[in-house]
Design a protein around this ligand. Structure first.
Ligand code: 9MG
Length: 252
């Protein structure tokens, strides 16, 4: 899954694709490099990011989606109205960092045949990195995801449409992220696992590198996630991650 942020303030690409034209070109480049899915986002979940209205989120995402609807496009959104509009416009998947918890979100997804990613996060993006605490991070994240999978199924979303994601960096310290990564295979009983570790701030803490120098760290994380059973890797550097997958598949 290749990331295309159509935001002026994304942490990982500094708003480089904040125009429909650039975002479309970037999505096509990632698909050519081997992304099976392109993940479009019109709202940054970075701590401190400026809030975006529903109208602006749609104005960012829809023109791009309409031009690349021949690709398998996932839309990263928390808003039911955005979900319905992008599914109508041809999106294949909804990637919700709120795990369909907004009123109407379960129904918006259940009314279509799309795939869905249910992600765990603790707290809200603006404050979630301020001293997050768990007694048992893997147990708590797993219990949350299990509850959300059950809620989605009860609303009419078939199990084979659901992917789960422990939400690396979303209300988790470096130690929490590493513990989840070490025990990633424990999440596979809930469904296929999506892992998003690319360029994240845990890498800043582990390597001391700024965001544009985290490729090697991101590739190491990708390999560890594959080893832990991840079936979708959400990444910025598709070409390089494809090589990691080739090596991993040959080794396996
Ligand atoms: C939108 N977004 C940013 N980071 C993410 C991650 O780790 N997983 C998913 N599913 N979405 C993410």
């Amino acid at each position: 899954m290749g990331v295309v942020n159509i935001t002026p303030d994304s942490f990982s690409d500094g708003g480089r694709f904040f125009s429909a034209k650039l975002a479309i070109a970037h999505a096509r480049k990632l698909a050519k490099e081997g992304a099976d899915i392109v993940d479009l986002g019109g709202e940054s979940t970075r701590p401190g990011a400026a809030p975006v209205s529903e109208k602006d989120e749609l104005a960012r995402v829809l023109p791009v989606l309409k031009e690349i609807a021949d690709l398998c496009v996932s839309v990263d959104t928390r808003r039911p109205a955005v979900m319905s509009a992008v599914l109508e416009a041809g999106a294949s998947m909804i990637n919700d960092v709120d795990a369909l918890s907004a009123p109407g979100a379960l129904q918006a997804v259940a009314n279509s045949a799309c795939g869905v990613c249910l992600m765990h996060k603790k707290g809200e993006p603006a404050t979630m990195q301020q001293d997050p605490h768990y007694d048992d991070v893997v147990g708590e994240v797993k219990a949350f995801l299990n509850e959300r999978v059950k809620a989605a199924q009860a609303a009419g979303v078939a199990a084979e449409r659901i992917t789960v994601d422990p939400g690396f960096g979303f209300g988790k310290t470096v130690e929490h992220n590493l513990e989840v990564l070490r025990r990633l295979n424990e999440f596979s009983s809930l469904g296929p696992v999506l892992a998003g570790l690319s360029r994240k701030s845990t890498l800043a803490k582990l390597t001391g590198r700024p965001v544009d120098e985290r490729l090697a760290g991101s590739l190491a994380m990708a390999l560890l996630a594959l080893q832990g059973g991840a079936t979708i890797l959400r990444v910025h550097d598709v070409k390089e991650t494809r090589d990691v997958i080739s090596v991993w598949e040959a080794f396996k």
